[in-house]
Design a binder for this molecule. Structure first.
Ligand SMILES: Cc1cc2nc3c(=O)[nH]c(=O)nc-3n(C[C@H](O)[C@H](O)[C@H](O)COP(=O)(O)O)c2cc1C
Length: 355
């Protein structure tokens, strides 16, 4: 049994958030714990996401290491990149406990965290000492009590403070646990946001991605993608967690999000590919079949959260072995040359060499 499975058996006896905090603390204090899974970087797996070069197409999604305390550990484990955050200007407690729940048989989680985080100053000090070869994005969000117009100011302040220390910035307007946040996914407010962020981007040069919710109608998602492309967003991230009323408050992630996540990403991709807007896929990715489905529909890089909680570092090893085996069988020099192909060409290669 791999050592993560043993640790998981013990951790899963604890409440989900306690297990999470404990693991993160250990990973932060002892990054050498990654040693059993460490392996040399394989440059054939690198890919570009906007202007950033990821070490592999598999990144760690936002929310797992909000305060960027364990960058060294996740770098050693072999993630292609990491998105820290969501970070708000000042420290926040988040919602009352319990606010993180497992559906172990369904390989899923539900959370109603409400952005507990140590604030932008603490995050900045962690980012100042990050391993430079590890690509890191920073996900920013509004404070719980900020009104839409205060939120505009907050996103500007957060960008100015954190963008210089990260490779890219993700504007989070899609978490279900901050009052009014998802209402910001509309044209008028986004116009105002980009009028604030565009001059700052000119100054600091860091790309602006926007993270979207899966709980929007297809047409709303298409319109939003078009609006964001018109406003000059550099990329998108889709999707955040989904609200399933029967399950309770908050957002659900993992296997229960898999089908919806994939369907909504395809809708966003239709427009994003036309507009040459990079789209980072997230939501329900668990194995190489999911990665192939994403690539076949035209997607490139992706992130994981929930599947990593359930499968641990073996998830990354399996995905890497899957990607390496695929390019070898397809006689491709690297993943980058595969991702340059059209969806149709990709589908043919996946059909012939995918398993
Ligand atoms: C406990 C938990 C906390 C999360 N916190 C954040 C967050 O702070 N900001 C954010 O943009 N997404 C957050 N997410 C969403 C993830 O980044 C991701 O979009 C979602 O979980 C779907 O991916 P998955 O199915 O691989 O987990 C969180 C997810 C979980 C499970």
């Amino acid at each position: 049994m791999d050592s993560y499975k043993l640790a998981r058996a013990a951790l899963f006896r604890l409440p989900a958030e306690t297990a999470h905090d404990l693991t993160l603390k250990l990973s932060s204090n002892v990054p050498q714990l990654a040693a059993p899974w460490q392996r040399p970087h394989d440059p054939r797996l690198s890919c570009s996401v906007g202007k950033t070069e990821w070490r592999t197409p598999i990144g760690l999604a936002a929310g797992l290491d909000k305060n960027a305390v364990a960058l060294e550990f996740f770098h050693r484990l072999g993630f292609g990149s990491m998105e820290c955050g969501t970070i708000t200007p000042r420290p926040q407690q988040g919602n009352p406990l319990p606010r993180m729940f497992r559906y172990a048989e369904e390989f899923s989680l539900r959370n109603s965290m409400g952005f507990p985080n140590l604030g932008m100053e603490a995050c900045a000090s962690k980012l100042r000492t990050r391993p430079q070869e590890f690509p890191v994005g920073v996900n920013i969000g509004k404070s719980k009590e900020a009104t839409p117009s205060q939120a505009l100011e907050e996103y500007g302040t957060l960008y100015e403070k954190l963008a210089p220390l990260a490779d890219w910035v993700v504007v989070n307007i899609s978490s279900p646990n901050t009052p009014g946040l998802r209402d910001l996914q509309q044209e008028g407010w986004l116009k105002d946001l980009f009028s604030i962020l565009t001059p700052l981007r000119q100054k600091y040069g860091k790309e602006i991605f926007v993270k979207l919710a899966p709980d929007l109608d297809d047409q709303v998602l298409r319109d939003l993608t078009t609006t964001l492309a018109d406003l000059g967003a550099d990329g998108l991230v889709a999707t955040n967690t989904t609200h399933i009323p029967e399950r309770g408050v908050g957002g659900v992630s993992g296997r229960l999000l898999r089908v919806k996540g994939h369907q909504k990403r395809r809708v966003v991709l239709e427009i994003a590919r036309d507009r040459k807007l990079p789209l980072v896929g997230v939501g329900g990715f668990e194995d190489m079949n999911d990665v192939f489905a994403w690539w076949a529909s035209g997607g490139d890089a992706l992130q994981v959260y929930t599947a990593f909680v359930y499968h641990g570092p073996a998830l990354l090893q399996n995905l890497e072995a899957g990607m390496r085996g695929f390019i070898t069988r397809a006689k491709l020099p690297d993943i980058r040359s595969f991702l340059k192909l059209s969806p149709l060409e990709r589908q043919k290669l996946i059909g012939a060499f995918g398993r």
